[in-house]
Design a binder for this molecule. Structure first.
Ligand SMILES: *[C@@H]1O[C@H](CO)[C@@H](O)[C@H](O)[C@H]1NC(C)=O
Ligand SMILES: *[C@@H]1O[C@H](CO)[C@@H](O)[C@H](O)[C@H]1NC(C)=O
Ligand SMILES: *[C@@H]1O[C@H](CO)[C@@H](O)[C@H](O)[C@H]1NC(C)=O
Ligand SMILES: *[C@@H]1O[C@H](CO)[C@@H](O)[C@H](O)[C@H]1NC(C)=O
Ligand SMILES: *[C@@H]1O[C@H](CO)[C@@H](O)[C@H](O)[C@H]1NC(C)=O
Ligand SMILES: *[C@@H]1O[C@H](CO)[C@@H](O)[C@H](O)[C@H]1NC(C)=O
Ligand SMILES: *[C@@H]1O[C@H](CO)[C@@H](O)[C@H](O)[C@H]1NC(C)=O
Ligand SMILES: *[C@@H]1O[C@H](CO)[C@@H](O)[C@H](O)[C@H]1NC(C)=O
Length: 899
């Protein structure tokens, strides 16, 4: 990559300068005080690595950041973690009294210095998340005082050296995320102090040593994603201390040992994607702490044991793709904390257990691809708050009950390939949150399609194919504003296909097999011209968009889960009172429950009634995001406000008003140039409106992507860089006050009259802060294309996740592309597209917005440097992403070096 080359030369020059500077420093400092024991070596280390800030104000290294000395001035603690450093770290081995060495999360490369083996006092050694290569030095066996060794996330190869068997005091041993091979040595079972052993994501083969069971203190064993075979050693459970066991994605065979029931503290068992056989031992009922049980994709068989019902903390049970048979034991209804029950791809039969549906916390029920042969219960959603109801590929009979309309939280309803009969109940139109898919295909449904389906304005995919549905396709379906994929094929539909872009852009196979249908994309109704084939170049690309959006949606569970957690936090169950619909009250005077303006000079100018009324007019709508819709409101006083109408907070507001008001008032006091805090709020009926200053230049999204008409406003590179720095400053401040943003996107960056950016929607993060939830499955959110890949499995909103989303914005700024574009190809978003540019043989010029990068050599150089920053921010490993503060430093440096 050209960018790397550039960076290297720039860096080399700066390093030479730094070295010259420091050499001067060393000599002068040595003249002043030469008796400090580690002085020479510390200055030499600084000269080599160039740690920002070191030596600047003080030649006494004991005061440098990350250093702690003993009383006689020898360095005992050296913490250089996350400082963006590179260089030769061998000299550190001269700090003979060192007890604690943390070099994690930097760019150190080359082999790990074998001289570290000389640090005989060392107790803690963390070299994780660097680029160290080669093998683990056998000299580490000499570190007899070592308690924690972390070498995770490097490029280490070879085996685990036998010399480490001497580390008798080792408690934490982490070597995950390397390319280590060989097997797990038997002597690991002799490290009697071991509490944590994680070696996941390597190429380790062979068997899990059966003597690990003698480790009486072992709490965490994580070996997932290796090539391990053989059995899960029974002895692992002999001591009963184990809390986390993760063996997912290996080649393990044999059974899940019965002795597992011995581990009172076991809270997580993840053994999916192996070749395990046999049944689930009934002793699993002894695991009262069990939270996760994941054993999908094995060859397990027998029944789903009712003993699971005794694991009262069980939150997730995933037994998909095995050979389980029998029924789902009704006793599982006792699992009050169960959020996800996934048993797809087995041979289970019987009814959907109604006792489970009574569980208020159940969020996902996946019974697909089994032999369930009951009916869909009438009280399917009387109590549960299901978001995923996946019943396809079973033998379900009977009608779809009208009561399905009670499942108002549903995001995904899959009923395909069953024997469902009767008509499609119009109540499905009440499932306003349905967005991933409504799939009723391959059943025996008849009668007309209810026009009420048109109310599903978030739905992306509708499939009613292969039934006996008749009548016209209702033109009310044009209300399905989010629709991308449709399938009406092989029914008895007749009449003209309504003129609706998603319909006309579909393949004609989506409408075929209906003798009576006509109009685009089929032949036209007057039969004048049937030349339709191959006229739609967008067909395929639409599917691509769907694939991309679909993967985002999977993570989209968010909103309602967040609300759920918010409510649980207060331990105050709502009476589930139904909430009225707002829009109808446009003409009556809204009932304002509460309202306040925090900012003194706005107080006189804001009229709450006018604020509320403004949100009734669609013409005032400025944008709509994941969590809120934004309106422009002009006050009678002439003041213009931005009004953010929060979605999905409904009942929460009624019950937790005072809490919300407190949070808003607190945020109102957050004062930062690049953050947009609330200036006030209004609560009426069940709706919360948050008030902000109006920003006359719209959003960054509009500036970058909707500005084609006004070339004079096209932001040049310096303007873009300033915007990027401003956003980074806003986010860094937010992180410094421990607020994680939930939905960073260019649409959430507002621009004031001087194009200075303000990060908006920060209040959402506080009102719906998922990290405070008590459930272990935390909530995740964001906008398509900005969601960090790890959210999909960690389900946790984090600061590094924010950095990723920021990196996407930076790429947008550099390329002027959208985070998701059809042009990138199937399943590829902006990040992947940029990352794969070298593989496609493309130059950076083909990535950067050429209208800017070709203006001057200086701009091009700066853009290339910023591209490097964006790539670091969007690294797929969260630990490798820089902190927001570091991002500011790097971008400032690009800006200041311009001359
Ligand atoms: C050095 O001193 C200046 C002025 O006292 C201070 O602003 C700065 O933060 C100090 N730098 C470091 C790295 O301590
Ligand atoms: C400094 O003190 C440590 C113990 O705190 C001792 O091990 C070391 O030998 C001393 N070093 C010197 C140079 O005095
Ligand atoms: C690092 O520095 C040491 C001397 O301090 C030297 O022996 C070694 O070769 C250097 N390593 C590399 C990779 O340059
Ligand atoms: C590496 O392991 C140590 C000891 O277990 C732990 O304290 C540290 O947080 C780990 N480092 C990283 C970057 O996760
Ligand atoms: C483990 O320790 C036992 C007892 O000290 C010893 O006999 C055995 O050889 C050791 N095993 C290995 C693989 O080092
Ligand atoms: C499981 O608990 C039962 C009592 O509930 C006890 O008899 C049995 O020994 C336990 N099983 C194991 C493997 O600990
Ligand atoms: C269940 O989870 C709660 C909350 O995390 C915890 O306080 C409790 O101890 C757990 N129960 C058992 C039996 O582990
Ligand atoms: C469902 O299938 C099971 C097993 O094939 C059978 O015993 C049972 O009678 C069936 N139930 C119904 C309602 O058809």
């Amino acid at each position: 990559m050209c960018s790397t080359q550039k960076e290297n030369s720039v860096e080399k020059i700066s390093r030479i300068c730094l070295c010259l500077l420091l050499v001067g420093f060393v000599t002068s400092a040595q003249l002043v005080s030469s008796e400090l024991p580690d002085q020479t070596i510390m200055f030499a280390i600084n000269a080599e690595i160039g740690v920002p800030g070191w030596g600047v104000n003080n030649s006494d290294y004991c005061y440098w950041r990350g250093i702690q000395c003993s009383s006689n001035q020898t360095v005992e603690i050296l913490d250089l973690s996350s400082r963006w450093l590179r260089g030769n770290v061998t000299l550190i081995s001269e700090l003979k009294a060192l007890k604690w060495l943390d070099l994690s999360n930097n760019y150190f490369s080359g082999p790990i210095p074998t001289d570290f083996g000389k640090l005989s006092e060392l107790q803690f050694l963390d070299l994780s998340a660097n680029k160290f290569g080669g093998s683990i030095p056998e000299e580490f066996g000499k570190l007899r005082n070592l308690r924690a060794l972390n070498l995770s996330y490097n490029f280490l190869v070879g085996g685990i050296p036998d010399e480490l068997a001497e580390l008798a005091k080792l408690q934490d041993f982490q070597i995950s995320g390397n390319k280590l091979n060989g097997s797990i040595p038997k002597w690991v079972g002799n490290l009697t102090s071991l509490r944590v052993f994680s070696a996941y994501e390597n190429n380790l083969g062979g068997e899990i040593p059966d003597n690990l069971g003698s480790l009486s203190k072992l709490e965490l064993l994580n070996l997932h994603s290796n090539l391990l075979d053989g059995f899960i050693p029974e002895s692992l459970f002999a001591n009963g201390k184990l809390e986390f066991l993760v063996l997912t994605q290996n080649r393990l065979t044999g059974i899940i040992p019965e002795l597992i029931g011995n581990c009172d503290n076991l809270s997580s068992i993840r053994v999916g994607n192996n070749n395990l056989i046999g049944s689930i031992p009934r002793t699993v009922g002894n695991l009262t702490s069990l939270t996760y049980f994941e054993a999908n994709n094995n060859n397990l068989s027998g029944e789903i044991v009712m003993e699971f019902a005794r694991c009262s903390n069980l939150t997730l049970l995933n037994l998909a793709s095995n050979g389980f048979s029998g029924i789902i034991p009704p006793e599982l209804g006792q699992l009050n904390n169960l959020q996800e029950l996934i048993v797809s791809g087995n041979s289970l039969f019987g009814d959907i257990p109604e006792s489970i549906l009574r569980n208020r916390n159940l969020n996902k029920l996946d019974l697909s691809n089994n032999r369930f042969n009951g009916t869909i219960p009438i009280d399917v959603c009387n109590t549960s708050r299901l978001q995923f109801l996946l019943l396809s590929q079973n033998s379900m009979r009977g009608e779809i009950p009208h009561e399905i309309g009670n499942c108002v939280k549903l995001l995904d309803l899959q009923l395909a390939s069953n024997y469902l009969s009767g008509t499609v109940p119009p109540e499905i139109g009440r499932l306003k949150n349905l967005q991933i898919a409504l799939n009723l295909s391959f059943n025996h449904l008849h009668g007309p399609l209810p026009p009420d389906l048109g109310k599903l304005d978030k739905l992306v995919s509708l499939d009613v194919s292969n039934n006996r549905l008749s009548g016209p396709i209702p033109s009310a379906l044009k209300g399905m504003l989010s629709l991308i994929e449709v399938n009406f094929a092989n029914n008895l539909f007749s009449g003209p296909i309504p003129a609706f872009v998603p319909f006309q852009k579909s393949l004609n196979s989506s409408f075929s097999g209906n003798k009576g249908l006509c109009g685009q994309p089929l032949s036209s109704c007057d039969n004048s011209n049937g030349d339709d084939q191959g006229n739609y170049p967008h067909k395929v690309s639409y599917r691509i968009v769907l694939a991309v959006i679909g993967s985002g949606l999977a993570v989209f569970i968010s909103v309602s889960v967040v609300v759920l957690l918010f409510m649980m936090r207060e331990k105050q169950e709502s009476s589930a009172k139904d909430v009225g619909i707002v829009d109808d009250s446009a003409n009556s005077k809204p009932l304002i429950i509460a309202g306040n303006v925090f900012v003194e000079n706005f107080r006189q100018a804001i009229d709450f009634d006018a604020v509320v009324k403004a949100t009734f007019k669609d013409s005032n709508k400025l944008s709509s995001g994941t969590f809120s819709t934004v309106y422009k409101a002009t006050m009678p006083s002439g003041l213009i406000l931005l009004v953010r109408c929060l979605k999905s907070v409904d009942k929460t507001i009624i019950h937790h008003q005072t809490k919300m008001i407190r949070e808003l008032e607190r945020l109102g006091r957050i004062c930062h140039d690049h953050l947009m805090g609330p200036v006030g709020f209004v609560i009426y009926e069940d709706v919360a409106l948050v008030l902000h200053e109006y920003m006359c230049n719209g959003t960054l999204f509009q500036l970058l992507h909707e500005n084609t008409k006004k070339p004079e406003y096209e932001p040049d590179w310096p303007a873009r860089l300033s915007i990027a720095i401003g956003i980074a400053e806003g986010l860094a401040f937010l992180h410094s006050v421990a607020v994680i943003h939930l939905d960073i996107s260019s649409g959430n960056i507002l621009l004031d009259a001087n194009l200075s950016p303000r990060v908006a929607e920060i209040e959402i993060s506080k009102l719906l802060d998922p990290s405070r939830g008590t459930a272990s499955i935390s909530a995740v959110a964001g906008s398509f294309g900005y969601i960090p890949p790890e959210y999909a499995y960690t389900m946790q909103v984090t600061a590094p996740g924010n950095v990723y989303s920021y990196g996407v914005i930076l790429l947008e700024i550099l390329t002027t592309y959208l985070p998701v574009e059809e042009a990138f190809g199937e399943g590829t978003d902006l990040v992947k597209w940029v990352q794969s540019a070298p593989m496609r043989g493309e130059t950076p010029e083909q990535i950067l917005d050429a209208r800017l990068s070709t203006v001057s050599f200086a701009w091009r150089k700066e853009m290339l440097s910023a591209l490097v920053v964006a790539l670091q921010c969007t690294d797929s490993t969260p630990a490798k992403r820089p902190k927001m503060k570091k991002v500011i430093e790097m971008l400032q440096e690009i800006k200041e070096n311009k001359k």
